[in-house]
Structure formats: C-alpha cells, structure tokens
Design a protein around this ligand. Structure first.
Ligand SMILES: *[C@@H]1O[C@H](CO)[C@@H](O)[C@H](O)[C@H]1NC(C)=O
Ligand SMILES: *[C@@H]1O[C@H](CO)[C@@H](O)[C@H](O)[C@H]1NC(C)=O
Ligand SMILES: *[C@@H]1O[C@H](CO)[C@@H](O)[C@H](O)[C@H]1NC(C)=O
Ligand SMILES: *[C@@H]1O[C@H](CO)[C@@H](O)[C@H](O)[C@H]1NC(C)=O
Ligand SMILES: *[C@@H]1O[C@H](CO)[C@@H](O)[C@H](O)[C@H]1NC(C)=O
Ligand SMILES: *[C@@H]1O[C@H](CO)[C@@H](O)[C@H](O)[C@H]1NC(C)=O
Length: 439
C-alpha cells in the first residue's frame, strides 16, 4: 500500500515538473484527463530537439505504467490504450518514414505514386499540410515563416507516428467524432480508400462518395490511424516545407527513421508550367512577356527569387551531409525521372531501404509506357522526356532570361544550362541538362 502512495506521489511531482517544460507531455496528459472534452486549443510549434524533454516523457510513461500495474491486471495493451495512439505505435525495426519534399509543378504527385502504389505495407498521405496552410496563412500571427515551419514539422511528426490529432485541429469544418468528409485529396491515398478505412455509404443516394474507385463514406480518422499503425512503411508528400533545416528535430526523433527525397526541376520549366496551370495568377508575367520589360524589384520577381533560394538552400544543406541528415537525404531531378523513370524509382527505393515492389514497378510501366526490352527495363522514355522539354516552346525568352538572372545559383547547382538567345532555347538538339550525380 505504501509503495502505491509513493508511486502516486512521485508521479504527481513528476507531472508538475515535466509539465512546465514539455508541451508534448501536456498533450498526452490532456488526453488522459479530458478524454470527454476534446476542446481544441491553438497549437504552438514544439521543439522536439530537447532530449531532456524526451527523457522526461519516458520517465513519465514508466511511472504511469507502474501506477496502472498496482491496479492489478496490468498488461502491455492497457498502457497502450492509456497513452493513446503514440503509445500504441509499433516501434518495429525496419519501419521507414519517407518525406517527399517538393514544390508545385515538379512532378511530385507522380513521384508520390511510386510510393503510394507500393502495396499492402505502405501508408501514404498526399499533401496533408494543405489544411494547415489554408487555416494559418490567413491568420496574421501565424503568418511567420518560423512559426509556420514549426507547426508543419509538428503535424508531420504526428502523422508519421499515425497520430492524426494534430492535423485534425486544422481540418475545416472540424471533424465530428474524428470523422470528416473534408480531408484534402483523400482519394490520392490508396490506404485511405482501401478496406478497412473505406466505410460503407449508408446515407441516401445524394451523398458524395469520397473515393474514386470505391463508394466510401466520410473518413473515420480513428480507422485511418489504425490502418497507419498496421502498415510497415509511411510516406508523405508535401510541397509546403520550405527549408530542409527546419525538419532537423523531426529527422532526429528516435522513434522515426526518416528519409527525405527532395524533388527539383528547372525553374524556367516551373514558371512555364505555372503560367499554364495557374493562368489567372500569372497575368502579370504574361503582360511582361508582351512588353518585353520586367521590373526587377517587383514583388512577383522577388517571390520567384525567394522560392529558388529556399530550394537551393535546402539542397545545399542536404548535399553537405550534416551529421543529422547523413544517408537520409536524396536529391532527384524531375528531368531525370522523365528520362529514366524506372531506374530512378529503383534508386529511390534503394535509398529508402524499402523493397521495390512488383506493384510499384507495374504502375510505373503502365504510366510511363516504358518499353520492356530484352536489354532491360531501363529504356529511355522518349515521350515523357519530350513532355519534360515542352516548356522550352511555351516560355517567352524574356521570361527565361529573368529566371536565369534571379535563379542563377539554383540552376547552376542542379545542372541546368543557361541560354543566351531564343534560338538556343527552342533548339531541341541542344540539351539544357547537364548530366550530374548528386551525392
Ligand atoms: C532542454 O530544456 C531544458 C529546460 O527547458 C534546458 O535547461 C536545457 O538546456 C535544454 N537542453 C537542450 C539540449 O537544449
Ligand atoms: C517570427 O517568429 C519568431 C519566433 O517567434 C520571431 O523571432 C520572429 O521575429 C518573427 N518574425 C516576424 C517577421 O515576425
Ligand atoms: C470510427 O472507427 C472507430 C474504430 O473502429 C469506431 O470505434 C468509431 O465508432 C468510428 N466512428 C464513427 C463516428 O463511426
Ligand atoms: C509490429 O510491426 C511488425 C512489422 O510490421 C509486425 O510484424 C508486428 O507483428 C507488429 N507488432 C505489433 C505488436 O503490432
Ligand atoms: C509516344 O506517343 C505516341 C502517341 O502519342 C505513340 O504513338 C508512341 O508509340 C509513343 N512512343 C513511345 C516510345 O512510347
Ligand atoms: C541546333 O543546334 C545544333 C547543334 O548546335 C546545330 O547544329 C543546328 O544548326 C541548330 N539548329 C538550328 C535550327 O539552329
């Protein structure tokens, strides 16, 4: 009996001390104490780099398990239940976490499919940070790169651990009983549309189906989390993380085995592609192309420069192989994927340490029309590389020059050749891509 009180006392003291220094803990204890009232409080970015905090959390978990042990029939499952999703996380060896980090118009949806299509053992999420960006960039206090980056990291960490609660706070309208019809691009994630996450549609015929290939009801995030826990590997694609170094605490989290794949593309091609895809947003650029004049200090030009600089700085961090990122970073160029999709997919899989499944291989074959010759499956894909060069005929030379001026260092780093005249730009027999290996 005495030991029981002693443990309770230690536990309370520990709680008080730890609570002061750790936000993670307050979230865990919130969960324990107020299960009934899931009131959403605004979230602050957490710093997971502090090992003292992690240690404290471990100590707290240990005490807690001891406490429930005195109640009698303590078992492993009970502790997991008490601690919620994070506690139930299967720390099995060999679990890999892939972050596909890109910007828009770099083929990231396509490359994301390489992992989405892996098969049974993969849990893939397509752009979950969309919800966070939508909710936060409209609020002035959060419209701060540093703050936003911390929240992105925090949400990604939760998702890699199969905990959807952090993301849930940003889904609008708020999920009811952890069920939402509004998860962005749910249909792009096979595991969210497969059994058992796909629940039957029970309402009337007017209900919207939430998956393409199946009739699924709204998404039950509890089921999504359970599915995630049951899959060996987890992959997330995002175009919203701007700077690689903001992810350091995530990469260093001992519960995760992260691999970052940064996908880049010729910035001239990105601009050309955006002008087509987001036509109305790029009216200014079109007007400039017609005038032949581009104001150097325009906001748009500064934004382009900012984007290029962020991409380059992230790549520089990755390629410099800092200790925290060693053998966890890979740089891939869109143009190389367009030329050698199968070979590049195989390289990416080798890098992640996940076996390249036959399902993924077949998906790539089907979607690139790569011809499977006797000599091997690495035949150059003429059509997709032709696709990849189309921009050269759609971008006005004036704009190509602007990109070269403001994104010069980025282009140099990735091996994209400059052009000095329009003739060269549209001469297909001149390649604008240097063969380059990134190690
Ligand atoms: C961790 O946090 C504690 C208290 O907040 C602080 O004293 C300590 O210096 C931090 N440790 C590291 C490694 O940042
Ligand atoms: C953003 O937030 C950080 C940390 O709270 C602060 O140091 C920085 O000054 C803020 N930047 C801007 C532009 O408000
Ligand atoms: C969501 O799934 C969980 C786990 O199966 C279940 O307990 C819960 O009742 C479901 N929620 C709703 C609203 O159906
Ligand atoms: C943990 O995951 C591994 C690999 O997916 C699986 O073999 C094992 O049964 C899981 N353990 C538990 C307790 O779920
Ligand atoms: C390229 O596409 C054309 C039609 O768009 C097709 O006829 C041709 O076979 C394709 N070439 C390759 C190498 O797949
Ligand atoms: C394209 O470039 C090649 C190689 O430099 C050159 O031989 C050819 O004349 C060029 N074609 C045109 C139309 O300028």
């Amino acid at each position: 009996m005495k030991t029981k009180y002693a443990i309770v006392f230690i536990c309370i003291v520990a709680l008080v001390i730890i609570e002061k220094e750790s936000n993670i803990l307050s979230r865990v204890s919130d969960k324990l104490i107020q299960r009934q009232s899931p009131k959403h409080t605004p979230q602050t970015p957490l710093d997971y780099s502090n090992t003292t905090q992690k240690g404290s959390l471990m100590v707290f978990k240990m005490l807690l398990s001891k406490l429930s042990g005195t109640k009698g029939n303590y078992s492993e499952e009970q502790e997991e239940e008490e601690l919620g999703d994070l506690g139930a996380y299967n720390y099995s060896a060999g679990r890999k976490h892939i972050l596909l980090m890109a910007t828009t118009r770099t083929g990231s949806s396509f490359v994301g499919e390489f992992f989405n299509q892996h098969g049974e053992n993969m849990f893939y999420l397509f752009e979950p940070l969309w919800h966070v960006e939508r909710m936060l960039t409209t609020s002035p206090e959060a419209n701060n790169g540093t703050v936003l980056a911390g929240i992105y990291r925090d949400v990604l960490q939760g998702l890699f651990l199969c905990d959807f609660s952090r993301l849930e706070k940003f889904i609008s309208p708020p999920p009811q009983d952890h069920v939402t019809p509004a998860l962005f691009r749910r249909e792009s994630s096979l595991s969210l549309c497969d059994e058992p996450v796909c629940t039957p549609v029970i309402k009337d015929v007017f209900e919207r189906y939430h998956c393409k290939t199946r009739r699924c009801g709204p998404l039950n995030l509890t089921l999504a989390s359970q599915s995630c826990l049951s899959k060996q590997h987890h992959a997330i694609k995002t175009v919203r993380v701007r700077q690689l170094d903001t992810l350091q605490p995530l990469v260093e989290d001992p519960r995760l085995d992260i691999r970052v794949i940064q996908l880049v593309r010729d910035p001239r091609a990105i601009l050309a592609s955006r002008m087509v895809a987001f036509s109305s947003k790029y009216q200014t650029w079109k007007a400039w192309a017609q005038d032949g004049q581009v104001p150097e200090d325009d906001e748009e030009v500064r934004r382009l420069k900012g984007n290029c600089d962020h991409i380059r700085m992230s790549a520089e961090v990755g390629l410099s192989q800092p200790r925290w990122l060693r053998s966890r970073y890979m740089l891939v160029r869109y143009e190389d994927i367009a030329r050698y999709p199968m070979q590049k997919a195989e390289e990416m899989y080798r890098f992640t340490g996940i076996p390249f499944s036959s399902q993924a291989r077949e998906w790539i074959l089907r979607n690139t029309q790569t011809t499977q010759e006797a000599s091997g499956i690495y035949s150059t894909q003429k059509n997709s590389s032709e696709q990849a060069e189309k921009w050269r005929f759609s971008i006005p030379f004036t704009l190509a020059q602007v990109v070269q001026r403001v994104c010069g260092p980025t282009m140099k780093l990735f091996g994209y050749r400059f052009v000095d005249d329009e003739k060269t730009l549209i001469n297909k027999s001149i390649s604008l891509l240097e063969d380059k290996l990134f190690h």
